[in-house]
Design a protein around this ligand. Structure first.
Ligand SMILES: *Cc1c(COP(=O)(O)O)cnc(C)c1O
Length: 388
């Protein structure tokens, strides 16, 4: 049996996988079982933010794995204490809750918002406004929060208490807000929804309305966070800091980790016994995340991400067959003219380039450490595919 056959016969068929078996990677490229190599413009959906098997990252992971791989949250560990302090410092937040994925960090944010409101105002203020075309995860609650009808199927009944406002439509947002709402949750750049950045005016309106009514703003920065858009948090570029920010994907360079950050206003809401996670803040994941944090906050790193983002944009906008380019920093959406995004992704694979799709667009989330040489090589392959 081939690896593909074996995997298909034993793993539930929830994914549409590309027909390739990846075996190893280094830097910006990975290699399949036959030894064919691929430039990776997807970095595991934005998770391997320092590329494949970055030295500092791998050293941190291996050292911690040989020292203490896990202990539950019944005990303290220095690696979790250090990382929590550094993450709060880097983001300006008061406290963090650690979990293992984006969906879990959003679950935490939703629970936090509802309890914040319950503690202060009692029952009945549990509704949360999210945006149409958002994506917040695959658990029952985060699926319910996700503002896309295609996800609201099969699994009835969904979790109550979510309303969907149109992105960039201030009037629609206002019409969804009343005295039963405790939070507005949004992605500054909708990732899965098609790599669409929100308008600054809309984001301003969200913050203004929420401040008036003591409604929490939750920024889902699971995809945009930890340097992806050229600032540590994408919110910095909109001039706002949410009450609660959620992180995952690139936070630990390819190990499973999520974080829910809270500002001084709501840092004490989740108290003893109100939330938890067996693996949350696992020592190996914290060591990995610390290596990512140190790299991303290092001298000149984020400026370089911005420059590479601009470089990608400039090249893509001049490319034959490209209709439009969207996104922020190294989170890039491309509308193409001559074929579907999935066709482009399959042809790219054939030619040694891994790319992603988001709705009808080609989506790129290259490693933040990608070299200009690999950008040029990858874009040459992409240009060839989308011009025809
Ligand atoms: C990927 C993603 C999630 C879900 O993260 P998982 O780790 O798959 O649970 C949530 N929100 C956003 C914005 C995402 O991009």
């Amino acid at each position: 049996m081939t690896t593909q056959e074996k995997q298909n016969s034993s793993v539930m068929g929830t994914y549409g996988r590309f027909p390739v078996v990846l075996e190893k990677g280094a830097g910006d490229t990975c290699t399949d079982e036959q030894g064919k190599s691929y430039i990776d413009f997807g970095s595991g959906i934005g998770t391997s933010s320092l590329g494949y098997c970055n030295d500092a990252w791998a050293d941190a992971v291996c050292t911690q794995a040989r020292k203490l791989q896990h202990t539950s949250n019944l005990y303290y560990t220095k690696v979790q204490a250090d990382y929590a302090e550094n993450l709060c410092k880097a983001t300006g937040y008061s406290k963090v809750f650690f979990c293992n994925s984006g969906a879990e960090s959003n679950e935490c944010a939703i629970k936090l918002a509802r309890k914040y409101s319950f503690d202060k105002y009692g029952k009945g203020r549990h509704n949360i406004v999210t945006l149409v075309n958002s994506f917040h995860g695959r658990t029952m609650c985060t699926l319910s929060a996700t503002g896309q009808e295609v996800f609201h199927n099969y699994f009835f009944p969904f979790v109550e208490g979510f309303r969907y406002a149109e992105a960039n439509n201030i009037d629609d947002l206002k019409s969804k807000i009343d005295d039963t709402v405790c939070a507005v949750m949004m992605e500054y750049v909708q990732g899965e929804g098609g790599v669409n950045a929100l308008d600054k005016a809309f984001v301003d309106a969200v913050y203004e309305i929420c401040a008036e009514k003591d409604i929490l703003v939750i920024a889902d920065e699971v995809q945009t966070g930890v340097g992806r858009t050229g600032t540590f948090l994408a919110g910095e570029q909109f001039g706002h800091k949410a009450d609660v920010t959620t992180l995952a994907k690139g936070i630990a360079g390819g190990l499973p980790m999520g974080a829910c950050l809270a500002n001084e206003k709501c840092a004490e809401v989740l108290d003893k016994g109100s939330h938890g996670s067996t693996f949350g803040g696992n020592p190996v994941c914290c060591a990995a995340a610390e290596a990512v944090l140190e790299t991303v906050t290092g001298e000149g790193f984020l400026e370089e991400v911005q420059k590479k983002g601009a470089y990608f944009r400039e090249k893509l906008e001049a490319m034959e067959g490209v209709k439009s380019v969207s996104g922020l920093g190294l989170m890039i959406g491309i509308e193409i003219e001559n074929k579907t995004a999935l066709e482009a992704a399959n042809e790219a694979l054939e030619k040694g380039l891994l790319i992603l799709t988001a709705k009808t667009k080609v989506r790129l989330l290259p490693p933040l450490t990608i070299t200009y040489d690999e950008i040029d090589k990858g874009l040459a392959i992409l240009a060839d595919i989308i011009k025809q």
